[in-house]
Design a protein around this ligand. Structure first.
Ligand code: HAM
Length: 427
């Protein structure tokens, strides 16, 4: 008999790794509690129409990735109910908000959840068919301030605080506005028109997306398509005055509390319920699946699934990806490799190289210092064994103040100003 294994795209989490999972979850609960969020637990499966109406029939998630089955009918006369393992939890939380009439309290509901989600995607590092999300949603009647840009900024500030408290470094926040429910169709129409000429020159996926869901073209990563995509109409030019003012207010509030971000006009996200603010935190260490978390505003979702007007904003973090990032950081810290190997080019450069190494060590970096008597090839060999990067330091570099830095892992070589080098190396 063949041995049974966990199904493709699923995995067992074993000790001691589960301790790290518990730590991540405890940190989330602690941080969210400071913002007065309470926990909600919704079922792992829901009526399929919740996701079709909420997330959107045309999205990849609903059209290709859901685990859906027909439940057995109780009576012969009854139609079997179509059920689906939840691919995400925002639709379920909004369904619960409507079902339990939480809007009647007149207050904002601040709810968080931790649990597995299911998507039939192609498994790879950081992408699984059963994965965990830690998410939170702020929903309520407009009279409770649910539409205010301050809610968006507060959620993003909470995320920045969480990542900091968890010890995740170098996460990058990208934000955008996809406009109101009326802005989006105008933009999609403009995109569709522009793509009529351009799509035939693009990859096969884009040719299909141009027909089915033109917004998805903006997610394309194929290098040859990038100049074409950059020249397509931008959503920012299709926002009405209110959406523009809303986005400007979100940015101003983030500036005021020192949350760093980058505006990415291509960030439209893969779920149809978004309106206005969308955002993602990404991390370079994750490789292709670099989105640590994603979220945004969904002012029309409650109405789309038959509820009252209840604007909202929220996010979900990929817990598996938080764990991968923490593990990578820990193994980097445990590694004996130095941050850089300073290679003096010629014996006359030894004293100046010692001075450079002194400065960099003073900035908290781990530095190996070579010797000017080594030939360049030997410096590279030594550097490769001892450090992540090599800094070439010769007469020219001393005179120009620009040092050549090569990364051994990526092979990338760049010129960095001497005053910037400590920062460049991660100090
Ligand atoms: P999403 O971008 O589909 O958004 O997923 C959020 C995060 O879940 C992603 O950034 C990623 O970290 C993680 N994730 C997604 N798919 C996988 C997978 N197959 N394997 C591992 N991790 C994955 C949502 O789900 C929205 N409900 C977020 C939201 C909440 N928007 C408003 N409120």
């Amino acid at each position: 008999m063949s041995t049974l294994k966990a199904v493709r795209g699923t995995r067992d989490l074993l000790p001691p790794e589960t301790e790290l999972w518990n730590k991540v979850e405890a940190t989330a609960r602690r941080v969210f509690a400071r913002y007065n969020f309470g926990e909600i637990r919704t079922p792992l499966f829901e009526d399929t129409s919740l996701f079709a109406r909420g997330v959107g029939e045309e999205t990849d998630i609903v059209s290709k990735e859901m685990y859906t089955w027909e439940d057995r009918a109780r009576a012969q006369s009854e139609k079997p109910q179509s059920l689906t393992l939840r691919p995400e939890n925002t639709a379920g939380v909004v369904r619960a908000y409507i079902e339990h009439k939480l809007g009647e309290t007149g207050m904002l509901q601040k709810l968080y959840y931790i649990g597995p989600q299911f998507r039939r995607e192609r498994p790879q590092k950081g992408r699984y068919r059963q994965f965990w999300q830690i998410g939170a949603e702020v929903i309520g009647p407009a009279s409770a301030g649910s539409e205010s840009p301050l809610r968006d900024a507060e959620v993003l500030e909470m995320l920045a605080a969480f990542l900091h408290e968890l010890g995740i470094r170098d996460a990058k926040l990208s934000i955008n506005s996809v406009g109101s429910a009326s802005d989006r169709p105008r933009y999609v129409a403009a995109l569709r028109e522009a793509l009529q000429d351009k799509a035939p020159q693009m990859c096969v996926d884009c040719q299909r997306r141009a027909e089915t869901n033109p917004l998805r073209v903006l997610d394309c990563k194929v290098p040859e398509d990038q100049p074409i995509i950059d020249a397509l109409p931008k959503i920012a030019d299709y926002l009405d005055e209110e959406s523009k003012a809303h986005f400007a207010a979100v940015c101003a509030a983030l500036d005021a509390c020192g949350v760093a971000y980058e505006v990415n006009p291509r960030l439209v996200r893969g779920l149809d319920y978004y309106t206005r603010t969308t955002f993602e935190f990404s991390h370079g260490g994750l490789g292709a699946q670099n989105a640590l978390l994603g979220g945004g505003r969904y002012d029309g979702l409650s109405e789309a699934i038959g509820g009252p007007k209840a604007p909202g904003i929220g996010f979900a973090m990929g817990e598996d990806r938080l764990i991968l990032t923490l593990q990578a950081q820990a193994s980097e810290a445990a590694s004996t490799l130095a941050d850089a190997y300073v290679a003096p080019l010629g014996e006359g450069m030894n004293a100046a190289a010692l001075r450079l190494a002194h400065e960099l060590r003073g900035a908290g970096l781990k530095i190996e210092l070579g010797d000017g008597s080594f030939r360049l090839k030997k410096s590279f060999e030594m550097g490769n064994k001892l450090a992540r990067k090599i800094i070439l330091f010769g007469e020219d570099e001393l005179a120009s103040g620009m040092l050549t830095v090569k990364d051994f892992a990526s092979g990338e070589q760049v010129k960095v100003a001497r005053g910037e080098i400590a920062h460049f190396l991660g100090a």
